[in-house]
Design a binder for this molecule. Structure first.
Ligand code: ATP
Ligand SMILES: Cc1cn([C@H]2C[C@H](O)[C@@H](COP(=O)(O)O)O2)c(=O)[nH]c1=O
Length: 212
């Protein structure tokens, strides 16, 4: 048996990071072999690429350059962090993965979901998560949460116009339909405790169904 690769997706401010951080702590406390990581980032090279992509000064960045940088960060993170952990039978919780590229670059930036899928298949050698939790929220509500948090730095993608964020959501709808076997949707508009409990139940059930 290999480990389990579980990803978390959704629009800005949906609450993914807050929920996964608490969940990883609880699972570790209960002795599950868990690692928590994120995209873009998670390891030094990918964090450097993240800085370039999300820098608010890089307004001239071309959409395909952006898609390639996300794919490059993904490749390095996958080979350096995710695959070794899966080989050690760990449970890898990852804040965003390929579905973000399909929704943001493929659909919202209008490069084309199939073209973005193709560069990502090259980057990942077709590695996909076993389970993806989608945090469903109205984009405007998510952006309001971010704006209310004065500790959260605003990045280049956050600064896109509201229409872009609605296209991201529409892109996710498409991606969820394409990969419906691995997606579970959580209503992220609810209060933190409800979203956390729902997510935890889904994950713990999935872990137990998969021998953990
Ligand atoms: N259920 C919730 N209700 C209200 N506020 C929440 C909820 N969950 C998280 N928040 C707050 O919303 C803000 C965004 O949360 P978080 O960073 O976890 O979202 P995210 O999905 O990781 O966003 P992004 O992908 O844009 O970084 C934070 O200030 C967090 O405290
Ligand atoms: C992996 C990935 C991410 N993005 C976008 C989504 C967010 O706007 C940022 C990451 O910031 P977060 O606070 O860590 O969520 O990058 C993207 O457009 N494409 C991707 O593949």
């Amino acid at each position: 048996m290999k480990g389990l690769f579980i990803t978390f997706e959704g629009p800005e401010g949906a609450g993914k990071t807050s929920v996964i951080q608490k969940l990883a702590e609880e699972l570790k406390y209960r002795n599950y072999p868990v690692i928590l990581t994120r995209e873009p980032g998670g390891i030094a090279i990918a964090e450097q690429i993240r800085s370039v992509i999300l820098d608010c000064n890089n307004t001239e960045m071309d959409a395909r350059t952006e898609a390639l940088l996300y794919a490059a960060a993904r490749r390095q993170h996958l080979v350096e962090r995710v695959i070794p952990a899966l080989e050690e039978k760990k449970i890898v919780l990852c804040d965003r993965f390929i579905d973000s590229s399909l929704a943001y670059q493929g659909f919202a930036r209008e490069i084309g979901v199939e073209d973005v899928l193709s560069i990502n298949e090259f980057a990942t050698e077709k590695t996909l998560p076993s389970l993806t939790i989608y945090f469903d929220i109205d984009p405007e509500a998510g952006l309001k949460r971010i704006a209310a948090n004065n500790k959260r730095e605003i990045n280049r993608l956050d600064q896109e116009e509201l229409d872009f964020h609605y296209r991201v959501k529409a892109g996710y709808d498409l991606v969820r339909e394409k990969y419906k076997d691995r997606f579970i949707v959580v209503d992220a508009s609810k209060d933190f405790d409800s979203v956390y409990e729902k997510t935890k139940n889904v994950i713990v059930t999935f872990l137990s169904e998969n021998g953990y």
